[in-house]
Design a protein around this ligand. Structure first.
Ligand code: BT5
Length: 330
């Protein structure tokens, strides 16, 4: 009911709405409405009230509460269930916990801030309060575990499309699943899975999108290699961005579930900034250079070294433009 009440106020566009009118339309008592408005107030919403005219919404907080997300969401299942934290160690860890307890597909864990957000190989992921979208999506796909790696590519396609829709049209995917804008990292994605030999139990898609952090706020270690919507000069509503990303992810996931991954791989190539680039592939202490010429049906990067085409499997390797020194941030 709280969502419906909020919807009322949103439609009223800052004008007064009478409590009597809402209670009539929603078929609940005025006391019930009053109680819900008090809950909203306790969560940071500010109302002006007038005995004659009713209530007027003056301020809605810029947070990713289930209420706020619900008010702009246009998906069937993704994001319909939200587990919300103001602060949490890592949304991926929480998502794993609830997935083990049976949380259903499409559930998301969202936090305003992560104290131990992480990437691959236990690398940290900077996730300051309300300056980005830090969330994890739980999936229970029907395809085989060997297909799961391609979910990483699927995630990048959905996120990249959602971001472009919200105005950052210059972003693209760096293989396998970082999203860059003007050569700098805007998004990190960490996909984790629990599966037996023949069946996937769950997949967690952990996604971090920088929205509000300015260059000087990023930790020095990757200040030069990170970016955000704010840095790129694009103002964005976090909840609208999350809704757009979830809608694109849901659409792409549906295609993968019904038709397989061919279309996803095509979409990935269309959004890729890696293909056609001269890259350096780095694993452990070793590296080689070549031209990224495509990805194969398993999502592996194909790198033409001049003498052969090498198939690079995502995991512990990292790639960067071939002309960049090796010790720069990823
Ligand atoms: C990633 O790892 O980029 C995947 C990050 C996934 C984060 C999400 S947020 C929600 C969910 N909960 C989690 O705990 N994780 C997921 P990797 O490819 O290993 O890159 C990590 C590297 O990116 C770091 O070593 C830094 O150099 C850089 N980095 C850290 N924070 C960043 C940020 N906010 N923006 C851009 N670069 C960052």
């Amino acid at each position: 009911m709280r969502n419906e009440i909020l919807e009322y106020f949103r439609k009223a566009n800052g004008e007064f709405v009478s409590g009597e009118q809402i209670s009539r339309d929603l078929g609940v008592s005025r006391t019930a409405i009053w109680k819900q408005i008090n809950v909203l107030k306790s969560r940071g919403y500010i109302f002006e009230s007038s005995t004659r005219k009713g209530y007027r919404l003056i301020y809605a907080p810029n947070l990713l509460t289930p209420l706020e997300i619900g008010s702009v969401l246009h998906t069937d299942t993704f994001g319909r269930k939200v587990v919300y934290f103001e602060t949490v160690a890592s949304t991926n860890e929480e998502a794993k916990k609830i997935a083990r307890e049976g949380a259903e597909e499409g559930t998301i864990v969202v936090a305003e801030e992560q104290s131990s957000g992480h990437g691959r190989l236990a690398r940290g992921f900077y996730s300051p309060f309300a300056k980005g979208i830090w969330f994890s999506l739980i999936l229970r796909p029907k395809f085989f575990p060997m297909e799961a790696a391609k979910c990483t590519l699927l995630a990048a396609v959905g996120v990249c499309r959602g971001i472009r829709r919200m105005g950052l049209t210059d972003c693209g995917i760096k293989w396998p699943n970082d999203i860059l804008c003007h050569g700098k990292k805007l998004v990190g994605i960490l996909t984790e899975m629990s599966a037996s030999m023949e069946k996937i139990d769950y997949i967690i898609m952990g996604i971090g999108i920088n929205t509000g952090a300015k260059k000087e706020e990023f930790p020095e270690m990757f200040r030069e290699s990170a970016t955000s919507f704010a840095n790129e000069g694009v103002e964005v509503s976090r909840k609208e961005l999350l809704a757009a990303v979830l809608a694109e992810l849901e659409a792409e996931y549906r295609i993968a579930q019904t038709e397989g991954f061919d279309k996803v791989l095509e979409d990935w190539k269309d959004l890729s900034i890696t293909i056609g680039q001269n890259v350096r592939v780095i694993f452990n202490e070793d590296s080689f250079t070549g031209r990224a010429v495509g990805i194969d049906k398993d999502g592996c990067l194909l790198v033409d070294t001049g003498t052969e085409v090498t198939r690079v499997i995502a995991g512990d390797v990292s790639i960067r433009p071939a002309d960049r020194p090796v010790d720069l941030g990823r």
